[in-house]
Design a protein. Structure first.
Length: 118
């Protein structure tokens, strides 16, 4: 059974930075970060698939996804945070078809809250 555990969320002022981590047990491979704000649908933020990285337009140039296979961990470095980035952030693993930003991932973490104040 694959288990994903996110950490690193918190509250920060606009312009600040946070780094999210997602530790995966018994898994190495493609992973992604999604987020869901109150009243909105879950959306893909960044993905790393077969070594290639992908980003939502809204975070390009501000967020960086990286993966440490030795630690089975994926990171999301978030800089220049904006109030619009406020959401619950989820880690996903095991893409089974479709684009990285689709919901077609086998495994999901419980989420970590990111709150950005203006």
């Amino acid at each position: 059974q694959v288990r994903l555990v996110e950490s690193g969320g918190g509250s920060v002022q606009a312009g600040g930075s946070l780094r999210l981590s997602c530790a995966a047990s018994r898994y190495t491979g493609s992973m992604a970060w999604f987020r869901q704000a109150l009243g909105k649908e879950r959306e893909g933020v960044a993905g790393i698939v077969l070594g290639a990285t992908f980003y939502a337009e809204s975070v390009k140039g501000r967020f960086t996804i990286s993966q440490d296979n030795a630690k089975n961990t994926v990171y999301l470095q978030m800089n220049s945070l904006e109030p619009e980035d406020t959401a619950m952030y989820y880690c996903a693993a095991g893409l089974h078809g479709g684009a990285w930003y689709s919901p077609n991932w086998h495994y999901w973490g419980q989420g970590t809250q990111v709150t950005v104040s203006s």
